[in-house]
Design a protein around this ligand. Structure first.
Ligand SMILES: Nc1nc2c(ncn2[C@@H]2O[C@H](COP(=O)(O)OP(=O)(O)OP(=O)(O)O)[C@@H](O)[C@H]2O)c(=O)[nH]1
Ligand SMILES: [Mg+2]
Ligand SMILES: [Zn+2]
Ligand SMILES: [Zn+2]
Length: 424
């Protein structure tokens, strides 16, 4: 007999505090991370199309400065208006428009993003932790299997995001099955976040369907750049703007984990490599630097936990010995469709916690507990198998639990119900 699912739609009080605490008065631009008061948001003329009269395209210098190129920066002009409505008429041609733009960098601000509080999710981790691979796979999952399950759409907010996702992530990794190159430091060239709007339609039993949106802003940080305390300006603003953090940890880098690793996996780094001596790349030191940055923004007192939820995920768990995962929560696939299974969540959290302690990395867990009001532990594999040389393993990319951290964050943001299959 199946028991009725215990639904937990309400947001726990701790989380409610977070939602209120982080309510920003303005909108944070997902491109330049400037905080923009609603009345300062610009509109962009819709321009000429077919028989519609409108302004001709002109070079937008702010946008060109942001992208570092004049290509694609010739657009109908932007204009300011005193009103706060979602639409305005162009003062030049009179055509009404609903296209909005950031007053600082002139990138498009989707109306769903302006109207609902945007959530910026920052993805961080040491060099080689698996960030770029994870971005490629997570976005693909959200556009396909997981998107269908959640009744959600994932839409790129600008053409450059579409182009870059294809060129730098999907084509090499998912189509050509080549491992992604090390991400170059932001110091060597301008880099842009990938900006998506994730919209979920929720059908309540007694209410009309409602759309909830989350701006998923993924900035593929180079692990290299998180090694020093002098984080680049864009990184700093990205972290300061973050409403949630996904922190990726390569278990093969944890001191005690090697015994739990399959023999077939080559050492993540030979003992004599300079990196092996580099304490700046230790997961704990990377998270500590990120935490210091967040503390400055939130102005919290030392000892007072930060309100930003942080999801900490062990990547590459396919490389762990099967014996370690057998009969464990991590070994099961996730249950639940379009909901977060809270029993499963607790079990995975506890198992990863136990693994961390077993691997002499218990400090990481202790540190998170001391500094964050809300942290959750995950184990995932973006590739689903150990790579062969420069290529994805023979079975192709078969992600495993890659979406878990995002589902938890959606639950935290009140966009996904939690259930306890075993009763409350
Ligand atoms: N076994 C296994 N290996 C993985 C997985 N994901 C990534 N890797 C390995 O980890 C390497 C680094 O992954 P990246 O995604 O490039 O790491 P990164 O965090 O972006 O690194 P930086 O760009 O240097 O900061 C890959 O080349 C793979 O060899 C996984 O799911 N399983
Ligand atoms: Mg990378
Ligand atoms: Zn116009
Ligand atoms: Zn901007």
């Amino acid at each position: 007999m199946t028991r009725p699912l215990a639904r937990v739609p309400g947001v726990p009080s701790r989380q409610r505090a977070f939602r209120q605490g982080s309510s920003k008065r303005g909108v944070t631009c997902p491109y330049c991370f400037a905080s923009v008061a609603p009345q300062r948001i610009l509109f962009r003329c819709r321009g000429q199309a077919g028989r519609r009269q409108g302004c001709a395209p002109v070079l937008d210098e702010e946008l060109a400065a942001y992208t570092g190129s004049a290509a694609g920066a010739s657009l109908p002009p932007v204009f300011a208006t005193s009103g706060r409505k979602g639409r305005a008429s162009c003062p030049e041609c009179g055509v009404p428009t609903g296209n909005r733009a950031c007053p600082e960098c002139h990138n498009p601000l989707p109306s769903a993003y302006c109207d609902s509080p945007g959530r910026i999710v920052a993805l961080v981790g040491a060099k080689n932790a698996g960030k770029s691979t994870y971005i490629a796979v997570l976005l693909h999952e959200l556009m396909n299997r997981v998107g269908t399950e959640l009744d959600s759409s994932l839409v790129a907010c600008d053409d450059r995001t579409i182009e870059r996702y294809k060129r730098d992530f999907a084509r090499p990794l998912l189509e050509e099955r080549r491992l992604l190159p090390t991400t170059a430091s932001a110091a060597t060239g301008p880099r842009e976040p990938l900006v998506y709007l994730l919209t979920r339609t929720r059908r309540g039993r007694f209410s009309r369907p409602r759309n909830d949106s989350l701006a998923l802003v993924l900035f593929d940080t180079a692990g290299e750049d998180l090694r020093s305390r002098e984080v680049t300006d864009l990184h700093l603003r990205y972290l300061e703007a973050a409403d949630a953090i996904i922190f990726l940890v390569d278990p093969l880098e944890l001191p005690g984990a090697r015994t739990g690793v399959r023999d077939s996996v080559p050492a993540a780094r030979p003992a004599h490599s300079p990196q092996a001596l580099d304490p700046d790349s230790e997961p704990l030191n990377v998270i500590a630097r990120v935490t210091d940055t967040l503390r400055q923004r939130h102005g919290t007192r030392p000892g007072e936990p930060l309100p930003v939820p942080v999801a900490v995920a062990l990547t590459k768990i396919d490389a762990l010995r099967p014996a370690l995962l057998r009969q464990s929560a991590l070994h099961r696939s996730r249950s639940g469709q379009g909901v977060l299974d809270l029993d499963d969540r607790d079990a995975v959290h506890e198992q990863v916690r136990a693994l961390l302690h077993e691997w002499q990395a218990g400090q990481l867990d202790t540190y998170l507990g001391q500094h964050y009001a809300d942290h959750a532990l995950f184990g995932l594999s973006a590739l689903g198998g150990v790579p062969e040389g420069e290529r994805v393993g023979a079975g192709g990319v078969r992600p495993y639990r890659a979406e878990d951290p995002l589902l938890w964050l959606l639950h935290r943001f009140g966009m996904l119900d939690g259930v306890r299959p075993g009763g409350p």
